[in-house]
Design a binder for this molecule. Structure first.
Ligand SMILES: [Ca+2]
Length: 289
């Protein structure tokens, strides 16, 4: 069972592990997804794996925007990040790793909770769910940070840590869904993986999902509820950003944008490092049925 990195000393055991981009052809299934929204979480009786905890300030968004602009922020002498040079908002997919318990099951529905931001371009937008098998053990790379502004909301030196040691193998991309046109902040989004495509998840194995906007649109973004210092023991949040360059180049507009080819984009391995944030410690509010 994956634990939530109770010790960070394991970084000395790092043996050059990394999660490189997939090179195999991607399995993309059209008409395999429908999306609905509601004001209620799934009933506990049908939830196989769930993480209901969110925090009010824990905002992070999926987005895929046309016409990104360079942003600059007020210089802060403690700032250790590139934001003083200016940065482009990064195209971003978000998701979560998780561990199946004693019994395998067919994954038929993934539920996420929307946070405060529903941008106009997200309404009615085509979306997909990508599913991965995850192997390996997460190892924390702490960057040796001791002080300074790590992200814009904390000086905590853990806030720039990222994970190595895990490998993501794409199982399938489930396409054909659309964000409901009437979606409101704080609602739940239900992603139904349609039969006969519902994947069987084996007992004790680790998997991950990502939710993604299929195509670039103006002002397309959606924030998802999460718990930043998460306590879910079986996994952690993940993201895919821009070209997947490691480490990211925030003031490079090309690096901040997804590849034009959808199949090339979904071949980029997700991970926990991004800009201006990491998903190393985060858990999304999520329910799997
Ligand atoms: Ca650190």
């Amino acid at each position: 069972m994956l634990t939530k990195y109770l010790k960070t000393g394991l970084c000395t055991l790092l043996l050059g592990l990394s999660s490189g981009a997939e090179s195999v052809a991607q399995k993309i299934i059209s008409n395999a997804l429908t999306v609905t929204s509601s004001t209620t979480a799934p009933p506990g009786t049908s939830v196989r794996i769930g993480q209901p905890a969110g925090d009010a300030g824990g905002a992070t968004s999926i987005r895929f925007k046309k016409n990104k602009k360079l942003k600059t922020e007020k210089p802060d002498e403690r700032d250790r990040t590139p934001r003083q040079m200016g940065y482009y908002e990064r195209d971003r997919d978000l998701g979560q790793t998780f561990t199946v318990g004693e019994e395998g099951f067919y994954l038929r529905r993934i539920t996420l909770k929307v946070n405060k931001a529903v941008l106009p371009g997200a309404l009615g937008a085509p979306v997909s769910i990508q599913l991965f098998e995850v192997t390996g053990t997460p190892v924390i790379h702490d960057n040796g940070t001791t002080s300074g502004r790590v992200v814009d909301w904390t000086d905590d030196p853990r806030a720039d840590d990222y994970l190595t040691g895990e490998t993501y193998r794409s199982l399938a991309v489930f396409s054909g869904g659309r964000i409901p046109a009437g979606l409101q902040p704080q609602e739940y989004l239900h992603f139904q993986l349609l039969a006969p495509h519902s994947p069987y998840l084996e007992a004790h194995k680790q998997y991950a999902f990502l939710v993604l906007f299929d195509e670039a649109r103006p002002d397309q973004g959606l924030s998802l509820a999460n718990n930043y210092w998460g306590k879910y023991p079986g996994g952690h949040a993940i993201r895919r950003e821009g070209k997947g360059t490691f480490p990211p180049k925030p003031n490079d507009q090309n690096d901040s944008s997804f590849p034009a080819s959808f199949s090339r984009r979904v071949a980029i391995s997700p991970g926990s490092l991004g800009f201006p944030d990491v998903d190393t410690w985060r858990d999304f509010v999520f329910f799997l049925e």
